[in-house]
Structures are given as C-alpha cells and as structure tokens.
Design a protein around this ligand. Structure first.
Ligand SMILES: C[S@@+](CC[C@H](N)C(=O)[O-])C[C@H]1O[C@@H](n2cnc3c(N)ncnc32)[C@H](O)[C@@H]1O
Ligand code: SF4
Length: 403
C-alpha cells in the first residue's frame, strides 16, 4: 500500500556547532563536549520509530542538516545511512547530502563521509571576503573555505556551497566580483541567500541599535538581479528564489520541501510533513478524500532542546513535541507558499491531489487577476508560476494571494 505513495525524503538534524554565528537562528547549540555516543543512539532509535509507523516506503533522499553535521562522527553518519536504507527502499539514485563547515578539521573528514555513503556535500562558505567572514563571526578563513571546496570537489560526486550577500555596506561591484570568484570554483549548485535579520539573534540586537544597516530595497533588488545574471553566465539557473543549479543538478531533497512532497524529520527541532492514515480526532472539517485512501498529511515537530529531545527518545522511542493533522486550507496555503518559490511553480493537478482543494478555491481571485495583470504571476499551461517581478515581492504577494 505504501509503495503507492510518492517516495519519501528524510531529514536528520545535528544540533551542535563550534560557535554560534551572530546572524543564525537555526536550532544550533554549542557544547564543550558533544555527546556523540548518546546522540548517535538516540537518532538511530528515533529513525527506527519513525520508519515503523511510516511503513516501507521508497526513499529518495537523506539530508544531514544542522547545526553542523560535519561535527558528526563519520561512523554515526554511516550507521544512519545503513539504517535508513534497510528500513526504507532506497531509489537507485538516492541522494545523500551532508552540510559541512569549511574548517580544516572538517575537510579532513570528507573522505570518511564519502565512504559512509554521502554523495553530495553542501558547504557553508558564506563569503570569500576576509572582513565579511569576521563580521559574520565565522571560524574559518577564505583560504580554508577554498581548500575545503577543492577537497569536496575531489571527494563527492556533487557539491554545493552557500554564500550570504546583501551584507551591510556591500556594493554591487564588490558582490559581482566576489560572486565571480565563487562561480569560478563552483560545481553544479549554489545557494545564494540575502542576509536576513532573524529575531533573537545578536544581529537583531545590533540592527535595533543601528549598528547594522542592511542595503535598501533598490540595492537589494539590484544585488538579486546581478546574482541571477552572474550565475547564468556559468550555466547555473535559479530553480528556487535562492538556489541555482545546472539543469539536472537541483537538490532533490530541497525540491521535496518546495513541491510539498512527504519528508520525515528526525533529531532535535526537526520538522516533517508526512502522509499517515487519518488520525483519530482529526478535525471534522477534513472530509475523507476518496482519491488518497483517507490518508492525512500531518505536520511533525521534535523537541528543540537537544538534551530534552534525547531524554524523550530514551524514554519513549521518539522526541515528538507536536503532531497535528493539516486541514485542507492549511495544506493549500503551505503548498502555495513553498511552490511559488520554485521557478517551475505549482502544478494545478498535483495541488488538488495533495491538498484536496483546487488552486482556484485556495487563492483570492481578485488578487490573482491583479497579479496576472502586473506580470507578477502567470499561467504556464497548468502551472501557476511567479515571474521574476513577482519573485522579488513574493512574501507580500503570497500574503495577499492566499486565503
Ligand atoms: C543550516 S545553515 C548552516 C549550515 C552550516 N552550519 C554553516 O554554517 O555553514 C544553512 C545556511 O543558511 C544560511 N543562513 C543562515 N542564517 C542566515 C541569515 N540570517 N541570513 C541569510 N542566510 C542565512 C547560511 O548560508 C547557511 O549556510
Ligand atoms: S550558521 Fe551554521 S555554524 Fe553558524 S550557528 Fe548557524 S548552523 Fe551553526
């Protein structure tokens, strides 16, 4: 029965970092001694628990995210990949990504991760400018970043790296030149994020005091447009707002999020969206859907604090903090929010199948007509797509569009 469902993606969260970067609000924690053995055992146990309730599904991707997964012992990574590929049925082209930081210690472990089964590395370079790396509180130099990239290229079949731009004081010319340098060493995929000020971070406090000033909107738009232009020169096309790839090299795991496919998330603070048989107590508003055999999509979230999560896994087999079935309109809202980030947009038939409502019923028709007229959105056959002008103001557009 479960083989009828789309293949599953698996996210595994490693919550530890060497230090906390001042801009970052990911679930990351600094510990003097990382309890490797305890977290290995707990992740394996929670994976087994999740697999048991999901049943034998096809598995298309595994993503080790963080935090800093390149602080995981390679034996832990090997055990989790082995467990996942026994508990589920891996597709022939299973994608296994590990996020890595580019310190020399971590680059020294790349070969062991490759031997463990990792076939894609995603490396957090952030910048190639020494002053910017200092400002971002990074623990590595630009030279170390380049060495780590070269080691990764020689080790993994696929690599990607992250840069943060639209930093305080960054000029268009400086960004073009940094990006060209990055593109010269890039392989098939890049994630290019504009710096955002996340509540609760050190940068948020500095921003409030006026000690950090972000580029104004016009500059941010110019930086975004220059980014796409430079990437296109090297054959890397934007397939999502912040992600660029050679056609065919897109991150399958991240595509699962944006296409609103099933993904299971284990480890502290991990989120998931998985199709389960309808739960008892499901709100009555969700009519049983004939076409999907009365299954429901549930949102899952694990305890964020690493030690609390580990204690729960040790006592209950899982560290679930909350699991809630998603009503049709919530699913519709989520699928639109994610899907319009993709260049390919949202497929109307798949939308109806995943959410139980039609695209027309989920969006405000007046706003849609206006957005079509302004060339923010377009219909391309049966797909609703955000055009470049729409992608620049996607957050505002979605807030108005989604009922
Ligand atoms: C899970 S995080 C970090 C992965 C890895 N620990 C690292 O630091 O390299 C994934 C990426 O999100 C981006 N990121 C995190 N916080 C950000 C922020 N406030 N603004 C823009 N990009 C951010 C960074 O590029 C980072 O590499
Ligand atoms: S950016 Fe990466 S290394 Fe820095 S705190 Fe966040 S997860 Fe950790």
């Amino acid at each position: 029965m479960n083989s009828l469902l789309e293949p599953l993606s698996l996210y595994i969260h490693w919550p530890f970092c060497l230090s906390k970067c001042p801009y970052c609000d990911f679930n990351s924690h600094v510990r003097e001694n990382i309890p490797q053995g305890r977290f290995r055992a707990a992740l394996r146990r929670e994976l087994a628990w999740e697999a048991e309730r999901l049943g034998r599904r096809r598995l298309t991707s595994i993503f080790f995210g963080g935090g800093t997964p390149s602080l995981m012992g390679p034996d832990t990574v090997a055990d989790l990949i082995a467990d996942a590929t026994h508990l589920f049925d891996p597709t022939d082209d299973l994608e296994v990504t590990l996020e890595a930081n580019p310190t020399s210690v971590e680059a020294g472990r790349f070969a062991a991760y490759r031997a463990a089964g990792v076939n894609r590395a995603s490396i957090g370079i952030q910048s190639l400018d020494p002053d910017a790396l200092r400002m971002l509180g990074r623990q590595h130099s630009a030279a170390q970043a380049i060495t780590a990239l070269e080691t990764a290229r020689a080790t993994f079949p696929r690599i990607s790296f992250d840069l943060i731009y639209a930093r305080p004081g960054q000029t268009l010319e400086a960004w073009r030149s940094e990006l060209r340098q990055a593109l010269a060493i890039a392989a098939d995929h890049l994630s290019l994020y504009q710096l955002t000020i996340e509540p609760g971070t050190q940068f948020a406090a500095l921003h409030r005091r006026g000690a950090i000033i972000l580029p104004d909107d016009d500059t941010a738009v110019a930086l975004y447009e220059a980014t796409a232009e430079e990437a296109a020169r090297k054959g890397l096309l934007p397939y999502e707002v912040s992600n660029y790839a050679r056609p065919g090299s897109e991150s399958r795991h991240n595509q699962a999020y944006w296409r609103y496919s099933d993904y299971a998330g284990i480890g502290p603070g991990a989120h998931g969206r998985v199709t389960l048989p309808a739960l008892p107590g499901e709100p009555k508003a969700i009519a049983p859907r004939e076409h999907d055999d009365n299954r429901s999509i549930v949102a899952t979230r694990r305890h964020r604090a690493p030690e609390v999560w580990a204690e729960r896994v040790e006592s209950d087999g899982h560290g679930m903090a909350r699991e809630s079935p998603l009503e049709q309109l919530e699913r519709a809202r989520e699928m639109l929010l994610m899907g319009l980030r993709l260049t390919e947009g949202v497929d109307a038939a798949r939308f109806a199948d995943r959410t139980g409502v039609s695209l027309g019923a989920a969006i405000d028709q007046d706003v849609l007509q206006q957005a079509l007229g302004e060339n923010y959105l377009a219909w391309q056959w049966n797909r609703l797509v955000a055009l470049p002008a729409g992608r620049l103001r996607l957050d505002a557009l979605l807030a108005a569009l989604v009922r």
